[in-house]
Every structure is written in C-alpha cells, then in structure tokens.
Design a protein around this ligand. Structure first.
Ligand SMILES: Cc1cc2nc3c(=O)[nH]c(=O)nc-3n(C[C@H](O)[C@H](O)[C@H](O)COP(=O)(O)O)c2cc1C
Ligand code: SF4
Ligand code: SF4
Length: 368
C-alpha cells in the first residue's frame, strides 16, 4: 500500500490532507472533528491583533461545489484565542500550523506572542488584506520571521500581480509557501430582491471551491519553478485526483476548506483513502514520488487549427456506449449518432471538450 506520510521542513504528517484556515478550523471543537475525520495536519483559522468584525450572513453556496464568503479572520481576540483554543488544539496531537495576519506591526506582535509557546509546529501568514506590493510583502514576512522560531509560510492570494517578483522578495525570508487564498473580490446577488447573499458592506466576497482549482494549480506550479522551498497547495480540492495534481505541480501537501464546509469533516480521511487507492492503482509508492512530476513543457509537437497536422476526436468503438454526452456538448454539431458515433471533420474546430465529457473515455484527441 502507498505510503501517505509527508515530511515538510522536518515536520512529520501522517497524510498530506490538512485543514485550511476557515470556519472548519475556527476552534478546538472544529479541529477535533477534523482530526476524527482523518486530517493529516491542522491549519488553524487566521488570527490578527484586531479581532474581525465579521458581517453576517457571510457564506453563500452560489454553486454546488463553490462558495462566496465574506468571513474575514477570527472574531476572537488573539490573546484569548491562543490561551483557550490553541492550547486545547495542541492536545489533539497532530502537527499544528497557526495562521496570522496582516500588517508588519500585527505580525511582530503575533510572532512574539506565539514564539516559544510550544503550541505550533509552523505558522503561515496571509497576504489577503494587505497591499500586495512586493516590498511590503517582504517587510511583512521579515516582521514575522524576526519574531518567531518555527518555520514561516507565506500564504499567497491570487491577487499577486507579479509572482516572480513576489517570490524573489520573499524567498530568502520565508521557509515555504501556501497557495492560494480565495479569489476576488467577487459578487453574486438575488435578482428579485436586488440584494447580495452576503452581509458585507458592498455585497462582495471571495470565491473558493472547485471553480478555483486551476488557479491554485497555476500558482503552485509557478512557485515550484521559482523556488526550492516547500509548498502547500490549497484551492478547489474535491477529489483524490485533485490532490495528485497539486502534488504533481510541486506541493508537498494540500489544505481543504470549501469541501469540508459543503460535505463535512470526514472529507480529509476520505480524500486520504482515495489518494492511497489512486497511488496503488498507478504505482506511486509514496508522496515523494508524486511531487513535482508534472511535465511543464507541453508536447514538443504543438498543433494549430487549420495549420499543419490536425488532432481530432477519435472514437474507440469498443468503449463508446452511444450515450450522446459528446454530441450534446458540441456547439458546432460536429458529432452525430447514426448507427454509431460519427464526426464531421469539416465542421469540427478541434476544441477538445467532447473528449473530456465522455464518461467512458472513448474519445481521445489524436492526429488524423
Ligand atoms: C468561509 C471561508 C473563510 C475563510 N477564512 C480564511 C482565513 O481566515 N484565513 C485564510 O488565510 N484563508 C481563509 N479562507 C481561504 C481558505 O483557507 C482557502 O485558501 C480557500 O478557501 C481555497 O481553498 P478551498 O477551495 O478548499 O476552499 C477562507 C475560506 C472560506 C470559504
Ligand atoms: S472537438 Fe469540439 S468541435 Fe470537434 S467534435 Fe469535439 S466538441 Fe465538437
Ligand atoms: S460521450 Fe463517449 S460514450 Fe458517449 S457517445 Fe460520446 S464517445 Fe460515446
């Protein structure tokens, strides 16, 4: 059986599925449930010097697999949080990663408060609500690093416009990266009442869940290319294959937030079990064997619409059961089921989406 253990900066985790800073990591009770649900590591809700004044309502399930939220950070004062929650969270026995924000002044205070407490294995700082200018990011990282002796992770928000510059400014300060936080600002509302589902002043919130997986993968892959430091991937994990993808683009572990809100806190263990099965089926013996093996270079031979050799959807009739899913998705009407599935090559624009919706994997883009 595949070995799910992962080691990040000397910290041993039984599996690479962690909680993420969010409502399902807000206190001891939540993290106890996460531990019972099989999490390999406990990342705790963000604390700051000023407790958050959280608008209500603050989570909207606008889509079955994604969320909008305006939850901010912990509404509990940091001294109280450390004294009451963090001390109890420590007793759970899993590695604990605290989350702190936001300004250099905040991080200096919080670093000093947590330093030497023996309550955490590492700390991540969120850049979500600060100026993402690279020199400010550096100042923020330095303020935390200078005041704490556990490993420091920078948690990126996708709002970072120049990732190479941001990483170059942080890389000699931080010990690792977490990517990504939720995406936005973003807006949805009820057309009849003309009111947002969220209670924030402008109705806006932050997008998370399935919709942001490709952005998270892009960030982790890019950071992995720019830095040798360990990365924890977060954003849109829903299946074991999503975890595999994060590992393949360079993450050593993942965090899960929205899925645990939508499906409950047994998701961590379920993902870990499914990951083990996937690794066994694909002959990957351990987490290490998956990290960073994504092929960043696309095929050497690229294909261009109407220039040179073309790739086309090609049917494996041994597998096709004429379900018609590909026919429905093709907006060009290039597919038709007569006796069997047929393709009008002249109409097909080679977009490839039909190959991805086929439930039996009967379609593949091939030269033809
Ligand atoms: C309701 C909610 C509250 C969150 N609160 C925090 C937070 O306090 N600190 C933080 O760094 N990220 C916070 N996040 C972001 C998550 O940690 C995570 O980075 C993001 O949701 C992407 O992961 P997901 O797609 O698995 O949810 C929050 C997300 C949600 C949905
Ligand atoms: S590749 Fe695109 S255009 Fe061609 S059949 Fe498939 S969906 Fe239609
Ligand atoms: S989606 Fe797949 S199985 Fe269904 S008709 Fe198309 S090729 Fe056949």
């Amino acid at each position: 059986m595949a070995d799910l253990k992962t080691n990040i900066l000397g910290i041993n985790f039984n599996n690479p599925i962690f909680t993420a800073a969010g409502p399902t990591a807000a206190n001891y009770e939540m993290l106890k449930r996460a531990q019972d649900g099989g999490a390999g590591g406990l990342v705790v809700k963000t604390i700051s010097v000023e407790a958050a004044k959280v608008p209500i309502p603050n989570i909207s399930n606008f889509n079955p697999n994604s969320l909008l939220n305006a939850e901010l950070w912990s509404e509990v004062g940091y001294k109280e949080f450390i004294e009451t929650e963090l001390k109890k969270i420590r007793t759970l026995g899993l590695p604990v990663i605290a989350s702190v924000g936001y300004s250099p002044q905040d991080l200096e205070i919080l670093g000093k408060e947590l330093n030497g407490s023996g309550l955490i294995e590492a700390v991540e700082f969120s850049i979500h609500y600060i100026d993402k200018d690279a020199s400010n990011l550096r100042k923020t990282a330095v303020a935390l690093k200078n005041n704490i002796d556990v490993p420091v992770f920078a948690k990126f928000s996708p709002g970072v416009s120049d990732l190479p510059l941001a990483v170059s400014m942080l890389d000699d300060v931080v010990d690792g990266y977490v990517a990504i936080n939720s995406v936005g600002p973003a807006l949805d509302f009820n057309a009849e009442t003309r009111k947002s589902y969220l209670g924030s002043a402008d109705g806006r919130g932050w997008l998370s869940g399935r919709a942001i997986l490709p952005i998270g993968l892009h960030f982790v892959a890019s950071i992995h290319k720019l830095s040798k430091k360990p990365i924890i991937g977060v954003g849109g994990v829903r299946t074991a294959e999503d975890v595999v993808k994060y590992l393949m683009v360079g993450a050593s572990a993942v965090q899960v937030c929205s899925l645990s809100i939508l499906k409950g806190q047994s998701v961590y263990g379920k993902l870990a079990k499914d990951l083990e099965k996937w690794m066994d089926a694909h002959n990957y013996p351990n987490i290490e064997s998956l990290i960073g093996i994504f092929e960043p270079e696309q095929e050497k031979v690229q294909h261009f619409l109407y220039h040179g050799k073309q790739v086309l959807p090609t049917v494996d009739y041994n597998v096709c059961d004429n379900c018609g899913a590909c026919v429905k998705i093709c907006v060009h009407n290039a597919l038709e089921i007569k006796d069997k599935l047929t393709l009008e090559k002249e109409i097909c624009v080679r977009c490839g989406i039909c190959t991805q919706v086929c439930p039996t994997h009967a379609l593949e883009m091939k030269e033809g």
